[in-house]
Design a protein around this ligand. Structure first.
Ligand SMILES: [Zn+2]
Length: 358
């Protein structure tokens, strides 16, 4: 049995739980009152983006990022590694990955180092409830040799991160949770090795890192199984970036208990709304193969339907407005459409997690 409760400064959360991405300290189109009303228990912020954009004095003044955002729920900070490395690989930012850390060249004669220690140090300053160590992301096209190198660097960074974490939280009564990240791509022996070595270093939980999707967007769950089988009882298992409803259901069956993803809010902003195939919340059956559908509020659809988007949802949109009105809002391109659809999708996810926890 993996960990069942996530304890944090303001309370505790029953697992499994979904943490939508509030990358730069905000969920696009929403304020935190909206998020609270969707019964979302926590959010995930991006360390690298906040490290770049947040006025450092803010944290001294407010004490932590949650207070600054006026958010009472839990906050997880990721290490920022995935974003930096994917931006370097796509050529969006100039940089190199070395044992020292991620080296960035933001301008002529400028060199910045985002090291595992710096990532931990900044996350401690953010005052989040779960801190994630910097890992070296295994490219899905890696050869075995390259994947092995990324695992070795991930383990080297994990040891240094743990040391830095211990140093910075020494003597503190309440410490955030510390999460290690498993790399190794599709090479199951490397995933197993990485999991076992991380457990030896000692963490509160492990994240399934890398890019688990194949070219068709399908997930290979074999690596998730290996990670779960080699993780001790009482650990958190975080499906990093896993967000399709059916993938979450599958991961929960394998022992995963924390998820974060941009899907609910990004899809909502594009007029894609998830709806349970049931008449009411009580009748939702996630064991059914097709337990949900996607309602699309595209520009060409008609605005005459006066029924709610879903009768198995109790969000602001479904309680107060019709399908037709939402379609009208998307048609005229008003931001309210994106807000209402994001609210609805976040409530869909919180209901999904409630059902998975029972
Ligand atoms: Zn709704």
């Amino acid at each position: 049995m993996k960990q069942k409760l996530f304890r944090y400064k303001n309370g505790e959360i029953s697992l499994p739980a979904f943490f939508p991405d509030a990358t730069r300290g905000v969920i696009k189109m929403l304020d935190f009152k909206d998020v609270e009303e969707t019964k979302t228990p926590g959010v995930l912020v991006n360390t690298f983006h906040l490290w770049q954009k947040l006025d450092k004095k803010v944290l001294e003044k407010y004490g932590n990022i949650g207070k600054f955002m006026s958010w009472e729920g839990a906050v997880i900070s990721d290490s920022g590694g995935f974003q930096i490395m994917s931006q370097i690989k796509k050529g969006i930012i100039k940089g190199k990955i070395k044992d020292e850390g991620v080296i960035l060249y933001p301008g002529k004669n400028k060199r910045l180092v985002f090291s595992p220690e710096e990532s931990i140090c900044f996350q401690i300053k953010l005052g989040t409830d779960m801190v994630i160590v910097l890992d070296d992301f295994t490219d899905p096209k890696s050869s075995y040799k390259e994947a092995k190198e990324s695992v070795e660097r991930t383990l080297l960074w994990a040891r240094r991160s743990k040391e830095e974490f211990e140093k910075l939280t020494k003597g503190r009564k309440e410490k955030p949770y510390l999460l290690g990240v498993v790399q190794g791509g599709e090479y199951l022996d490397l995933r197993k090795l990485c999991t076992k070595e991380l457990v030896k270093i000692g963490f509160d939980g492990l994240g399934w890192g890398g890019w688990p999707f194949d070219e068709k967007g399908k997930i290979n769950f074999a690596s998730a199984e290996v990670i779960s089988e080699n993780t001790p009882k009482g650990y958190f298992l975080h499906g990093l970036g896993i967000g399709k409803p059916e993938d979450i259901v599958k991961c929960v069956s394998l022992g995963f208990n924390i998820f974060d993803c941009v899907i609910p809010t990004r899809d909502g902003r594009h007029g894609r709304l998830f709806t349970f195939n049931a008449d009411s919340i009580n009748k939702i059956d996630i064991k059914k193969k097709n337990f949900y559908s996607v309602f699309t509020a595209d520009k060409d659809s008609n605005s005459l339907e006066d029924s709610p988007v879903s009768t198995s949802c109790d969000c602001l949109l479904c309680k107060k407005y019709s399908k037709g009105y939402l379609r009208h809002l998307f048609k005229i391109g008003d931001v309210t459409a994106m807000r209402l659809a994001s609210i609805h999708n976040l409530r869909f996810y919180s209901i999904l997690m409630e059902k998975l926890g029972t």
